[in-house]
Ligand binder design. Structure first.
Ligand code: SF4
Length: 436
């Protein structure tokens, strides 16, 4: 059968989609574009309102195309089907199969007529070896999921409801996969989980042990770490990154807020002052470290003074990359019952205020890079124009940060080149190949 995958959601969901696709194709089905597909798989996201709406819109569009005979079969999996399996089955009888995350191991059976729905979720499954996955990222970089689920209880977050408690892969599976990716020409391995720093905790292992092993093993040249829980970034963790020849000097630390009152209500560890200490320690040990973070705006009872504290934090912390999200009230989470909601309009205004502060910070940091040379992994032609190539330095993660555009000199996609920065273009930087 000719199959196509519509992939939604975060990098962790991308790996699930790659894995499901790999297993389906291993049964002889052929991957094709949506237009030519007989069966369409939708890997949904069910994290927050906006993402849920996007997933449902995609399902509805596919149902329309099925009604008009363009496609024959629709299969839905991923976080939305995990969270709302019963409701979705009732709402969309036109869909040929809904599958919770925990059945991904049997993905290839999705196409078998016998089964329309699999059993409801158990504990999330994190296979030790993703050897069959059909990677969806460009060949030179790949996400590597080292665990899933989460044992924190942030009051706004639906992840523990969707993916269960934290489960870690065993080291052998992770190291084996990094070795295989390196042999496949992958230059950048991006380690992901819900909270990377929680790796191995449920079985007496630790992220520190894993990173030390990775340092001694055959892996892609660059190792990037995403989703670091703030209070788990110890001095030892920072020194491992500092002394590593592989781990790039990039710290993705979702602080979520800075007001003590809001952090307490969010059930997030840490505080304004301890977050600043974490950032100062990282910058003292690794002066060229880049820090990414994300913040939730408009959490119930976020008063103006709380928001002002967050603005002050942003100015003081001077973070390299930051994302701002409006609080989304999610049923099943502890915060769902909290009153005193901030209006959507007010949330949008507050996000604009933060974004304009952050824009100035990013542009000033980019200006300081003019004249310097950086090692850049070439990703391909710019999304804006074929006249420019684009790539990323160690301080630019795929799809979430600015990029490095190249307008002079020869480069090869998937390879590293030294680029001298000549100009700032908004959140991006522009440069030319440095031959000296
Ligand atoms: S650490 Fe992240 S994934 Fe876990 S509950 Fe908190 S916000 Fe959700």
């Amino acid at each position: 059968m000719k199959v196509s995958l519509i992939q939604l959601g975060c990098p962790k969901n991308i790996v699930d989609g790659e894995w499901a696709l790999g297993r389906i194709l291993s049964k002889g089905h052929i991957l094709t574009s949506y237009e030519n597909a007989d069966a369409v798989f939708i890997n949904t996201c069910g994290f927050i309102e906006a993402a849920k709406r996007e997933s449902i819109e995609v399902i509805l569009n596919c149902i329309e195309d099925k009604k008009s005979g363009k496609i024959k079969k629709i299969y839905v999996f991923g976080c939305l089907s995990e969270r709302y399996l019963k409701e979705l089955k009732k709402e969309f009888p036109e869909v040929d199969g809904f599958f919770p995350l925990s059945v991904l191991p049997e993905a290839e059976e999705m196409l078998s007529e016998k089964k329309k729905t699999f059993r409801k979720k158990g504990q999330i499954i994190v296979p030790d070896f993703y050897y069959k996955r059909k990677r969806l990222t460009p060949n030179h970089y790949s996400y590597v999921k080292i665990g899933d689920g989460c044992s924190h209880n942030c009051s706004f977050c639906a992840i523990p409801i969707i993916r269960g408690k934290a489960v870690s892969r065993n080291r052998e599976g992770i190291l084996g996969e990094l070795k295989k990716l390196c042999e496949e020409g992958v230059k950048e391995g991006i380690l992901i989980s819900q909270d990377l720093t929680a790796y191995g905790r449920e079985r007496g292992d630790s992220i520190l042990n894993l990173l030390r092993l990775i340092e001694e093993s055959k892996t892609p040249e660059w190792i990037r770490l995403l989703y670091l829980y703030p209070t788990s970034i110890t001095k030892e963790f920072v020194s491992i990154v500092k002394n590593s020849k592989k781990i790039v000097h990039y710290f993705d630390i979702p602080f979520q807020h800075a007001s003590q009152r809001v952090l307490k209500s969010m059930k997030r560890g840490g505080a304004y002052s301890s977050y600043i200490k974490i950032i100062e320690n990282i910058r003292k040990e690794i002066p060229d470290a880049a820090i990414r973070s994300s913040f939730i705006v408009g959490f119930p009872a976020e008063k103006r003074e709380d928001f002002n504290e967050l603005k002050r934090f942003l100015l003081e912390a001077s973070i390299d990359h930051a994302g701002f999200f409006a609080y989304s009230k999610e049923e099943g989470t502890e915060a769902f019952s909290l009153k005193d909601e901030v209006s959507q309009e007010e949330k949008n205004e507050r996000i604009m205020e933060l974004a304009s502060i952050q824009e100035k910070i990013v542009k000033e940091k980019n200006r300081q890079k003019i004249g310097r040379k950086y090692k850049v992994l070439i990703d391909g032609f710019s999304e804006e124009t074929d006249l420019l190539l684009q790539g990323r330095t160690y301080f630019q993660s795929p799809d979430i940060d600015g990029v490095t555009l190249i307008n002079k000199g020869e480069c090869k996609v998937g390879e590293f080149f030294n680029i001298k920065i000549t100009r700032v273009i908004g959140y991006d930087i522009l440069g030319e190949v440095a031959y000296d």
